[in-house]
Design a binder for this molecule. Structure first.
Ligand code: UDX
Ligand code: UDX
Length: 471
């Protein structure tokens, strides 16, 4: 059992602290946001993360987990002086894509000024390569009392919406430090998880995080590039991804084409890595292309809508899904939020709905009708765009959606639906890379006989005859 302090109770810090407590450690979580700490003391969660509320409640009542805004209380409790201090404050994108480290600096300075005994400082936040050395300098120069300390990099690999499961079932633990014994002390915390533990140096550990996220983002932009080619050549990218995924060297994960990536990690991490490379005079062409393709995916959806609706000025567009992915309320860099702004700029009237993220969305959206559910959203729409693959969007009552809409244009930004099913329900359907050439309300014309106007049954991509498209 160790005495752990976690600084920053955001998406990463709160999950990290709670899981360490659940593993039997005594954890104090600190945040400068007083309202956030006050809510946590009443078991009100600042974020939506499946399973978190119950785990927090269980560990607070077992006196393994507590919350404070005081650095003195968080670090120097005489009965349980902090042994390891995890830094999990935000590292948002700054100027030119460079990671903004002001919050990491603030934490390092506060720790240096307050702590009255030796500690191990553990960087959990995603920080540019070399930050570990920099944190050590900041602490050294700011210390009120000359205390020995070590710095360890321990990057997080948590996906929002599955963060607890990802923490408790990691593919690997990465640790980096110039002090091997400090890294081994951190490693011990993770022994109960029985996952591979890798100990390397500080800069290599920091780079593993960026390279991992940049690779995952690259995989997404790769399949989106393939989707764009599929769209022109009449192949279905969903089937292509299945065929590719059987190859163990490729793997099926992160090959879902669609609106592209968002969130608080991929966009800022790819941007930060590109900045680091540029500062060193390297030319990260691939990373530049990954970001460009990702931006283009959102624009292509607006173009499709404009083409199908015969212009967007005065048209009503509904955005289904505002969180950047399902099972979270996080709207940071969310494609759904970006699309709201892009359609407004194009002159459309915009409606929006999300099962969970409406509170966060209401804080950033203006002149948008925020709806009660998918059908309220569909009412009067000329175009509906599915932006986030929430489970409740996967089996919509299509006849009801169609009846509510003014025009039947449905753009499936996450390729959830079978085009033939949508044609059969009377929609003018567009996915991203779903394998059709010229499309009419009667369904795809990649079936040659249909090209001459014969009303053939729509043959969908698995060779099954779908229902004959409604005239
Ligand atoms: C984390 C990591 O910090 C980031 O590097 C990684 O890429 C994504 O996950 P996240 O948990 O999403 O970021 O940060 P956020 O949700 O913004 O929470 C950060 C918390 O730190 C906030 O509650 C904020 O109030 C707190 N904070 C910030 C402090 O306690 N002290 C500060 O000085 C600044
Ligand atoms: C990511 C990394 O997965 C995690 O390891 C890291 O610690 C933090 O960043 P997160 O951003 O929470 O996690 O979600 P993730 O599930 O990775 O999705 C990121 C974005 O990519 C989302 O916008 C998602 O919609 C998109 N995505 C994901 C795709 O567009 N296609 C895919 O196949 C997978």
């Amino acid at each position: 059992m160790k005495n752990i302090t976690v600084i920053g109770v955001g998406y990463v810090g709160l999950v990290t602290g709670t899981c360490f407590a659940d593993m039997g450690n005594r954890v104090v979580c600190l945040d400068v946001n007083e309202e956030r700490i006050a809510h946590l003391k009443q078991n009100i969660m600042p974020i939506y993360e499946p399973g978190l509320e119950e785990m927090v409640r269980r560990n607070v009542s077992a006196s393994r987990l507590s919350f404070t805004t005081s650095y003195e209380e968080a670090l120097n409790n005489p009965e349980a002086p902090a042994e390891l201090v995890f830094v999990a404050v935000g590292t948002p994108e700054g100027v030119d894509g460079e990671a903004d480290l002001r919050y990491v600096r603030a934490v390092a300075e506060s720790v240096a000024e307050v702590v009255d005994h030796p500690i191990i400082i553990v960087n959990k936040s995603t920080v540019p390569v070399g930050t570990g050395d920099w944190v050590a300098d900041v602490v050294m120069h700011r210390q009120a009392n000359a205390m020995s300390f070590s710095v360890v990099s321990n990057p997080e690999f948590l996906r929002e919406g599955s963060a607890i499961s990802d923490f408790l079932n990691p593919d690997r633990i990465v640790l980096g430090s110039l002090d091997r014994s400090a890294a081994e002390a951190v490693a011990q915390l993770y022994f109960p998880l029985r996952a591979p533990i890798m100990i390397t140096d500080l800069r290599t550990a920091e780079m593993i995080k960026y390279a991992s996220n940049a690779f995952l983002a690259t995989k997404i932009s790769f399949i989106n590039e393939i989707a764009n080619i599929c769209e022109a050549l009449g192949a279905d990218v969903k089937e292509v991804a299945v065929g590719m995924g059987y190859d163990k060297r490729i793997g099926r994960a992160f090959l879902d084409a669609g609106l592209g990536y968002g969130g608080s990690c991929f966009p800022k991490d790819v941007s930060a890595l590109t900045h680091m490379a540029n500062v060193q005079g390297k030319h990260p062409q691939m990373l530049q292309a990954v970001m460009q393709i990702n931006d283009d995916q959102r624009r292509s959806v607006v173009s499709k809508a404009r083409e199908l609706a015969g212009g967007l000025i005065g048209k009503t567009v509904g955005i289904l899904g505002l969180a950047f992915k399902p099972n979270t309320d996080d709207i940071r860099e969310s494609p759904g939020i970006d699309l709201v702004h892009m359609f407004q700029e194009a002159g459309a009237v915009v409606k929006a709905y999300d099962p969970v993220a409406m509170l966060n969305a209401a804080r950033v959206l203006k002149d948008v009708k925020l709806c009660e559910d998918s059908y309220d959203l569909a009412q009067g729409c000329d175009v509906v765009v599915l932006a986030t693959e929430w489970n409740e969007f996967k089996n919509l009552d299509l006849d009801r959606v169609r009846r509510e809409m003014r025009l039947p244009i449905f753009i499936d930004g996450r390729n959830l639906y079978d085009p033939a099913l949508m044609y059969g329900a009377g929609f003018v359907y567009r996915g991203l890379g779903r394998g059709y050439g010229q499309v009419t309300a009667n369904g795809p014309t990649n079936n040659h006989s249909a090209r001459n106007g014969a009303s053939q049954p729509v043959v969908n991509w698995n060779g099954r005859n779908a229902a004959v498209a409604r005239k």
